[in-house]
Design a protein around this ligand. Structure first.
Ligand code: FAD
Length: 454
């Protein structure tokens, strides 16, 4: 095994900052969003360019080290931070170039959603991604990417036009529908381990200057009723609207009456990107159902993307998550299972339902490697969390139990970006027949397993 001194020698002149065990910044450099991830890489290289990534891969090969890649550091499984690996940290590669005429953007492989949202919204444009602005674009794109714009414009992967990728052989490739089409297919939802994506090219879509947002919070005891109401509203929800249903505790925000702060309950959040009347009609129905409190306001798109950045989303929680797809509209059994299954959810834990229909369901399942069928569905994120290691095991048990209870009504596929401990069965469930093609592509581009777990 290469010593720290040996590694420094190999890296000398390669570019990028190398942080190894024993360096003052080492512990800070290995912190991930999920505090439960506590791993010890051999070294972390902070790269600023594709050429520095190429050099880092050469160093790893010569040192006999596996490579893992860190984007925004939010992956709950911690796959970005391999024990004993050389971590290529892309946190300095966050540049954004928008072409408002073509409605496209090139963005660095280490960008956060906030980088993308701020830069594209300045042109009245956006790309569908996730709903928390400090999440990394890298991991979200490689896994799928679902959020407020998904009903309207699909997943992030459905909007990926091309990518600049450094593959295990050290080549910098421009990948797209015509160049390395197999690799391009794998990058659209097939997960990580195919190379280091140094830049993504994305399609952008017009957004209004202000998005309508309504948040309605209901008593925890009314789960069945709230889920039935959500089902009814989702059934003919206009295409310009989207809705999240969340079992959570009320945030300590100024708009929340003091007596309800931190109370457990069910939130329905509805957003509108079109005619205000359409949003008002749904908001009126939600308001008539006697929420404990509500807030309805227009807001700029970047503010919407930051709205749930704090509380359970803030970095440093201990997180264990599971995910499954459910039928849209929800079946009676799913409603009952969800309403009963959130008992035992701790104050920081969540169960979130994201709608996947509209534009999502118009994409051919074979067109991308994404691990979910394209029939209309909901993604259930079941997220067990605690502020420290205290009580974490209990929330892991809760997440596992709810996931198991939903198994009989779960649809094909699985969104692995919401799974903290994906195993072979999860991968088979996610990708089905696509798994063999993904493995073939992996072997073709990384025959020696530079990115493979060891
Ligand atoms: C608070 C929070 C909110 C979330 N909200 C949503 C949501 O609304 N919608 C949604 O779809 N998902 C959501 N997720 C899940 C999210 O999609 C995953 O956590 C995703 O992996 C995060 O990407 P990252 O780059 O931050 O993570 P990382 O941990 O850095 O990376 C995750 C994986 O991707 C690889 N990777 C990252 N960047 C690159 C790159 N440029 N090249 C090659 N490999 C790379 C890493 O090696 C690792 O295997 C959320 C997660 C959190 C923690």
């Amino acid at each position: 095994m290469t010593t720290v001194t040996g590694l420094r020698g190999l890296h000398s002149g390669a570019g990028g900052d190398l942080v190894t065990q024993g360096d003052a910044g080492y512990d800070a450099a290995r912190v991930m969003w999920n505090a439960d991830v506590d791993r010890y890489p051999a070294a972390i290289v902070r790269c600023s360019s594709a050429q520095e990534v190429v050099a880092s891969l050469r160093v790893a090969r010569e040192a006999g080290l596996r490579v893992t890649v860190r984007g925004g550091g939010h992956g709950s499984s911690g796959a970005a931070l391999g024990d004993g690996a050389l971590v290529v940290d892309l946190g300095r590669m966050r540049d954004l170039t928008v072409d408002p005429e073509r409605r496209t953007a090139w963005v660095g492989g280490g960008a956060l959603l906030s980088d993308l949202d701020a830069g594209t919204a300045a042109h009245g444009l956006a790309v569908p991604t996730g709903a928390v602005s400090h999440t990394g674009l890298g991991g979200i794109t490689l896994g799928g990417g679902m959020g407020w714009l998904t009903r309207r414009h699909g997943l992030t992967v459905d909007n990926l036009l091309g990518a600049e990728v450094v593959t295990a052989d050290g080549l910098v490739r421009r990948v797209g529908p015509e160049a390395d089409p197999d690799l391009f297919w794998a990058l659209r939802g097939g997960g990580s381990g195919f190379g280091v994506v140094t830049r993504f090219e994305l399609a952008l879509h017009p957004i209004p200057p202000l998005v309508d947002m309504g948040m309605f919070f209901y008593d925890a005891d009314r789960g069945m009723e709230v889920l039935r109401l959500a089902r009814e509203l989702m059934t003919d929800l206009p295409a310009t609207l989207n809705m999240f249903v969340v079992s959570m505790n009320a945030p300590p925000e100024p708009f929340v009456p003091e007596e309800h702060r931190f109370a457990p309950g069910w939130a329905i959040i509805v957003t509108g990107f079109g005619a205000a009347e359409e949003h008002h009609a749904v908001a009126a129905r939600l308001g008539a159902a006697e929420p404990l409190f509500s807030m309805v306001t227009p807001m700029p798109y970047p503010a919407l993307q930051q709205m749930i950045d704090e509380g359970p989303s803030a970095p440093g929680v201990h997180c264990y998550d599971k995910a499954c797809f459910l039928e849209l509209p929800l079946s009676d059994t799913a409603i009952r299972t969800l309403a009963d299954g959130v008992a035992g959810r701790g104050p920081l834990s969540l169960c979130l339902l994201y709608m996947l229909d509209g534009a999502y369901a118009t994409v051919d399942d074979e067109a991308t490697a994404f691990g979910g069928g394209r029939s209309p569905r909901l993604n259930a994120f079941i997220v067990g969390q605690t502020p420290s290691a205290d009580g974490f095991e209990g929330q892991q048990t809760w997440a596992r139990a709810l996931h198991a209870a939903l198994a009989p009504v779960a649809l094909d596929g699985r969104y692995l970006n919401g799974v903290a401990d994906p195993d072979d069965e999860d991968r088979r469930t996610a990708y089905g027949a696509k798994l063999d093609r993904l493995e073939m592509i992996r072997r073709a581009y990384d025959p020696e397993g530079l990115f493979a777990p060891r």
